[in-house]
Design a protein around this ligand. Structure first.
Ligand code: ADP
Length: 567
């Protein structure tokens, strides 16, 4: 739409006023002048009638005298004087030859005068060709005395009247212009102020006080503007409050969120996105990894949700990126870090594979021994006890494996109730429990403890101590001594189990706490190991807020140390 031609309110008012004044002056002038002219014409005619009456009064009788009378009278009255006989013939005329003049009995003013009235008429004169004013009265001998003047005798006074009228209207008009200018100023100044206030509001300054005005409508407008800006302020506050809430929520989300505009500009990015992808990009073209850019385009083109897992950064993180297109062309990118989930999945998969593998070995042994046992029952009964013993060994190993797996899944599946407990009692009880097995293998067990109580699960900590002692005994040779110490160091309870056994190669130290990781698989199996003992220990200690470490020298023994917080 084309912009309308702009003019100030004052100009508009003045132009409108001027047009109105011109119209009024035109119409008024026309009618006033016409009425004035009529009044003047009437007055001239009455004057003529007066003069005619006076002339009729002293009209002589004889036609000769009448001619002289007429000629004498004309210069006095300034009018054309005509005397008409009772039969309508013209007896004398001051401005024309009476002989040549036609019979005047048909003239309206003559007819009226003949009836005894004062006759008036106004018409174009046959003799002069101008508009004439006539007044006629009856004189002696039914003769009619008629005086006439051209109508334009009123022109001069009318002109003068018109001049005065125009002057008057001009003065009134100018006074009006001044008044309009004054009113316009009184209207436009507050309007300009209001417009300034409105501009400030539009520019975001809502703390404005619109000026009051003595013009009711402007005052109302100002007050409306004021309440509008207050209301706008409330709305803006509401909107920005909601926006802040939304931002807080979005920032708290672990998923990175990026909103891409239709023109590829970035409309919004939350804090997690910065953590995952780096500084907020200004446009889609700056988004790294580049595959996200392709995904946004594909999602828009195909109008479907596109999701992809990709690796990004160093160290590499696995990111799941989901791009959802909106109908209007914008697109929402949600990025989640699934590295841990992936790792857990991998660990779980490995665990199932390893567990199945570990279970397979004793089960195969049992099956093989059972089959052989059946054959031996018939053919070599003396070998039966040997195969039965083999089955027992394999079944025990299976039972240990299942028991460790159950311990592990029990530990992982719940949060243990921690109570204030006497750690020394647990350590001493586990030493006593281990003693028969140790003696059987000719291994001495020495304990050196102090009273220490911690917050924890007695059952779980007993399991951890048992596994450490069990390993120390199993990986020591007969004659060796295993020492367990319980001490208090700072705000920690320290349990250390030292043996003088096989020791562990340096390269394996880091991995022995992994499930099923074994340095010497044969020895582990032969001594009834499952490969799960240390992972159970680590799980228990970490769930108590502690840490387990190992120091070992290949061939001369190992020390496993667990540190547990005292409270
Ligand atoms: P396992 O049931 O095989 O003993 P663990 O998880 O308890 O499984 O231990 C993992 C591996 O760590 C063992 O297979 C063994 O090689 C090594 N290991 C654990 N404790 C000791 C120790 N005290 N001395 C030497 N090696 C040990």
């Amino acid at each position: 739409m084309a912009a309308p031609r702009r003019r100030s309110l004052a100009t508009r008012l003045l132009v409108a006023y001027a047009l109105a004044v011109l119209a009024v002056v035109g119409v008024l002038g026309f009618f006033v002048e016409r009425s004035a002219r009529e009044a003047l014409v009437d007055e001239v005619q009455y004057g003529l009638a007066e003069q005619a009456r006076a002339a009729a009064f002293s009209l002589p009788e004889t036609p000769g005298e009448i001619v002289g009378f007429v000629e004498g009278l004309a210069p006095i009255t300034d009018a054309r004087v005509t005397v008409i006989d009772s039969d309508g013939s013209v007896l004398a005329d001051s401005h024309a030859d009476a002989e040549t003049m036609e019979n005047h009995s048909g003239r309206p003013e003559v007819q009226a005068a003949s009836r005894g009235d004062t006759g008036f008429d106004r018409r174009v004169s046959v003799s002069t060709g101008f508009n004439q004013l006539y007044a006629a009265v009856q004189g002696p001998g039914d003769r009619v005395v008629r005086l006439s003047l051209p109508e334009n005798v009123v022109n001069a006074p009318i002109r003068e009247f018109r001049g005065r009228l125009l002057l008057m209207l001009a003065v009134a008009g100018l006074a009006g212009v001044a008044a309009v200018a004054l009113v316009a100023r009184r209207l436009t100044r507050p309007l300009a102020e209001l417009s300034e206030v409105a501009s400030s509001v539009a520019a975001g300054d809502l703390d404005v006080e619109p000026p009051r005005s003595s013009v009711a409508e402007l005052d109302d407008l100002g007050r409306s503007l004021g309440s509008m800006s207050t209301e706008l302020g409330h709305r803006l506050e509401e909107v920005s409050g909601e926006r802040r809430t939304l931002e807080v929520v979005l920032d708290a989300l672990p998923q990175g969120t990026l909103l891409v505009d239709t023109d590829d500009g970035v409309l919004y990015a939350n804090r997690s996105l910065i953590d995952l992808l780096g500084p907020v990009p200004e446009s889609l073209a700056q988004v790294v990894p580049f595959r996200i850019q392709e995904m946004v385009r594909r999602a828009r083109d195909e109008r479907t949700v596109v999701d992809i897992d990709l690796e990004h950064g160093r160290p590499a993180r696995v990111l799941r990126v989901i791009v959802s297109p909106f109908d209007d062309g914008r697109a929402l990118v949600v990025v989640s870090d699934i590295t841990d989930r992936r790792r857990v999945d991998d660990v779980r998969r490995d665990f199932v594979t390893n567990a199945s593998h570990e279970l397979k070995t004793p089960v195969s042994s049992i099956l093989a021994a059972a089959e052989t046992l059946q054959v031996a029952l018939e053919r070599a009964p003396d070998k039966v006890p040997q195969f039965a013993a083999q089955i027992e060994v394999a079944a025990r190993s299976l039972a240990r494996l299942v028991s460790d797996l159950l311990d592990l899944s029990r530990l992982e599946g719940r949060t243990a109730q921690h109570v204030e407990m006497d750690l020394e009692r647990v350590v001493v009880a586990e030493v006593e429990r281990m003693r028969p097995l140790a003696e059987e293998r000719k291994i001495g067990v020495v304990s050196d403890t102090v009273p220490v109580s911690v917050m924890g699960s007695p059952e779980d900590l007993a399991l951890a101590v048992r596994n450490l002692l069990d390993n120390a005994v199993r990986y020591s040779d007969p004659g060796a001594v295993v020492t367990i110490r319980l001490d208090r160091q700072g705000d920690e309870a320290v349990v250390s189990v030292t043996d003088s056994g096989t020791g562990i190669p340096q390269r394996d130290l880091e991995r022995i706490f992994e499930r099923f990781y074994r340095v010497d698989v044969a020895r582990s199996r032969a001594t009834g190991g499952t490969g799960l003992g240390l992972s159970i220990v680590r799980h228990v200690v970490e769930s108590h807020g502690g840490k387990v470490t190992v120091e070992s020298q290949l061939g001369s023994g190992s020390t496993f140390t667990t540190r547990l917080p005292l409270d």
